[in-house]
Design a protein around this ligand. Structure first.
Ligand SMILES: *[C@@H]1O[C@H](CO)[C@@H](O)[C@H](O)[C@H]1NC(C)=O
Ligand SMILES: *[C@@H]1O[C@H](CO)[C@@H](O)[C@H](O)[C@H]1NC(C)=O
Ligand SMILES: *[C@@H]1O[C@H](CO)[C@@H](O)[C@H](O)[C@H]1NC(C)=O
Ligand SMILES: *[C@@H]1O[C@H](CO)[C@@H](O)[C@H](O)[C@H]1NC(C)=O
Ligand SMILES: *[C@@H]1O[C@H](CO)[C@@H](O)[C@H](O)[C@H]1NC(C)=O
Ligand SMILES: *[C@@H]1O[C@H](CO)[C@@H](O)[C@H](O)[C@H]1NC(C)=O
Ligand SMILES: *[C@@H]1O[C@H](CO)[C@@H](O)[C@H](O)[C@H]1NC(C)=O
Length: 426
C-alpha cells in the first residue's frame, strides 16, 4: 500500500519581479498514481450503487427503451493516468473494462407495446480522456475536455418476460444498436463529468477564512505548469486581515521549488506567506498584550510592583512607592520572517511599555523597553527613557534561548505559531 508523503519546503527567494506565487503545490507522479489508485477504489466501491441513464433507440421500426439499468457485476482494471505535457493536462485511460447490468426493457411498434427485464454484459470497454488544466480569470484551477475516445468490444444481451420471443429473432440487430448506443454514450458522459468537475472548481472559494482575524488567498497567479513528472500550481499564498484587508508594504519574490520526486506532494512556502500573516496581525492591532501581576506565579521572587523593581531601577520605588505595575508588550513594527538555509529567522521588533497602577486605577507611564534584537542566540534589551521621567539605561543579555521563550508567549496569546514540518508520513 502507498503511503502519502508530503514535503513542506521553506523556499529561499532569489530576485524580484511582479506578481509572484508565494505558495506552490507540486503534485509528483508518485502522488498522481496514489490519487488514481484511491479514486479507482472509490469508483469501484460505488459502481454498484449507480443507475445508468436509459438507452433508447429504434431498430427495424421498433422503438425500444432500456431503463432502470443497474450494474450487477464489474471488472474494473486499474486505469492509467499520466501528466500530459502536450496540452498542459492529464491523460487517463482504461482498457479491458467489463460490466454486467440488468434492467427493464420496453418496446413499441405502433400500438403494440411489450416489456420485461433484461441482462446485458458489455465487454472490453476502453476509454481514453485528455483534459487540459488552466486558470480562469479569478485564479481558479480550470479543467476542460480536449479529447475523449471510447470503444466497446462486445455486448451480450438476454431478454426475459413479455412476448420477447417475438423479438428474439431481431436480437442480433438490437445488439449492434445497443453496442453503438453505449459506445456513443460514454464520451458525452465523460464530458458531462468534466463539466461538473469544472463547475465545482469554479464554485471553490479561493479565499479561505483561517480564523477570526485572517483569510488566505489561494488563487492561481498563473496557469499550472506540467512536465512529464509533475504538476505545479503557483498560488498567491497571501494572508489578509479580515478587518483591514490592507496590502503589505512588501511583495512576493519569485522562487523555484526543488524537484522532490520521491514525495507525492511538495508544498513550497516563501517567507512572503508568513510575513503577510504577520503583517495582517500587525495591521489589525493584534500584536499586543498586557501583562499584569496576576499573570505572574505567586511563588515568583519578582513581582510586577515598583518595590520589586528597586534593585534594577532604584528611582522607581522612590517616585512611585508600593504600586502595582502593568506591562504592555507590543510589536513596534511588522515582525518579519526570513527563511534561510536550515533556519527560519524571525525579527520581532518588540517594545514593552511599563505603567504604574495608581490607587484610583489610572495608569502612569514609567518607561519603555525596546527589544533591539530577538534572533537567537542572544537577546538584547535596552531601556529607553520614557517621557524623561526616569533616567535608566541598562543592557541585559539573556539566556541563549530567551528569544524562543518570548516568542512562545506571544504565540500562545496570539495564535501565531507556525510549525514548519519537513516531511509528514500519513
Ligand atoms: C505531442 O505533440 C507533438 C507535436 O505537437 C507530437 O509530435 C507528439 O507525438 C505529441 N506527444 C504525444 C505523447 O502525444
Ligand atoms: C438485477 O439483478 C439483481 C441482483 O443481481 C436483482 O436483485 C434485480 O432484481 C435484477 N433486476 C432486474 C430488473 O432484473
Ligand atoms: C469567499 O470568502 C470570502 C472571505 O474569505 C468571503 O468574503 C466571500 O463571500 C466568499 N465568497 C463566496 C462565493 O463564498
Ligand atoms: C485572487 O483573488 C482575489 C480575490 O478573490 C483578487 O482580488 C485577486 O486579484 C486574485 N489574484 C489573482 C492573481 O488572480
Ligand atoms: C511587591 O513584590 C514583592 C515581591 O517581589 C512583595 O513582597 C510585595 O508584597 C509586593 N508589593 C505589593 C504592593 O504588591
Ligand atoms: C488618579 O491618581 C493620580 C495620582 O494620584 C492622579 O494624577 C490622577 O489625576 C487621578 N486620576 C483620576 C481619574 O482621578
Ligand atoms: C533552552 O534550550 C535547551 C536546548 O535546546 C533546552 O533543553 C532548554 O529547555 C531550553 N530552555 C528554555 C527555558 O526554553
Amino acid at each position: 500500500m502507498f503511503q502519502l508523503i508530503i514535503i513542506v519546503v521553506l523556499t529561499i527567494v532569489s530576485c524580484t519581479t511582479g506578481e509572484n506565487p508565494a505558495f506552490q503545490v507540486t503534485l509528483n507522479n508518485k502522488g498522481l498514481q496514489y490519487g488514481k489508485h484511491v479514486a479507482a477504489g472509490w469508483i469501484q466501491d460505488r459502481l454498484g450503487l449507480i443507475t445508468l441513464p436509459d438507452i433508447s433507440g429504434e431498430a427495424l421500426l421498433v422503438h425500444y427503451t432500456l431503463s432502470g439499468i443497474k450494474i450487477t457485476k464489474c471488472d474494473f482494471p486499474e486505469p492509467s493516468v499520466e501528466f500530459y505535457q502536450n496540452v498542459t493536462g492529464l491523460k487517463s485511460s482504461i482498457t479491458g473494462l467489463s460490466i454486467a447490468v440488468n434492467g427493464s426493457w420496453a418496446t413499441h411498434l405502433g400500438v403494440i407495446h411489450d416489456g420485461g427485464t433484461f441482462d446485458l454484459a458489455v465487454f472490453n470497454v476502453g476509454v481514453t480522456s485528455v483534459v487540459k488544466l488552466g486558470k480562469d480569470s479569478n485564479g481558479h484551477l480550470s479543467v476542460t475536455n480536449v479529447n475523449c475516445d471510447a470503444k466497446v468490444g462486445d455486448v451480450q444481451m438476454n431478454f426475459y418476460g413479455g412476448q420477447s420471443w417475438i423479438f428474439k429473432p431481431f436480437l442480433k440487430y438490437y445488439k449492434g444498436h445497443v453496442l453503438a448506443a453505449i459506445q456513443a454514450n460514454i464520451c458525452p458522459n465523460v464530458e458531462d463529468f468534466i463539466v461538473k468537475v469544472e463547475s465545482h472548481l469554479q464554485a471553490l472559494n479561493v479565499s479561505i477564512i483561517v480564523d477570526s482575524f485572517l483569510s488566505l488567498d489561494l488563487n492561481l497567479t498563473s496557469s499550472p505548469v506540467i512536465d512529464s513528472t509533475s504538476l505545479n500550481l503557483p498560488l498567491k499564498g497571501q494572508f489578509y486581515s479580515i478587518k483591514t484587508h490592507k496590502e503589505p508594504p512588501f511583495v512576493a519574490q519569485p522562487f523555484t521549488m526543488p524537484k522532490q520526486t520521491d514525495y507525492m506532494l511538495s508544498i513550497g512556502l516563501s517567507d512572503f506567506t508568513a510575513n503577510s500573516a504577520s503583517y495582517a496581525y500587525y495591521s489589525d492591532g493584534q500584536l499586543m498584550m498586557y501583562i499584569d501581576d496576576k499573570m505572574i506565579p505567586p511563588a515568583s521572587p519578582v513581582h510586577l510592583n515598583t518595590s520589586s523593581m528597586g534593585p534594577y531601577i532604584p528611582q522607581l520605588p522612590q517616585m512611585f512607592p508600593n504600586l502595582l505595575m502593568k506591562l504592555l508588550v507590543y510589536a513596534r513594527n511588522c515582525p518579519m520572517f526570513s527563511f534561510q538555509p536550515g533556519a527560519v529567522k524571525l525579527g520581532l521588533p518588540l517594545a514593552i511599555k511599563a505603567f504604574a497602577i495608581q490607587p484610583n486605577t489610572s495608569l502612569t507611564p514609567l518607561f519603555k523597553l525596546h527589544v533591539v534584537r530577538v534572533f537567537s542566540p542572544k537577546c538584547f534589551f535596552t531601556f529607553v527613557p520614557y517621557k524623561k521621567s526616569i533616567k535608566a539605561h541598562a543592557v541585559f543579555t539573556q539566556a541563549d534561548n530567551y528569544s524562543s521563550r518570548c516568542l512562545g508567549k506571544i504565540n500562545s496569546g496570539r495564535r501565531m505559531d507556525f510549525n514548519f514540518i519537513t516531511a509528514v508520513k500519513i
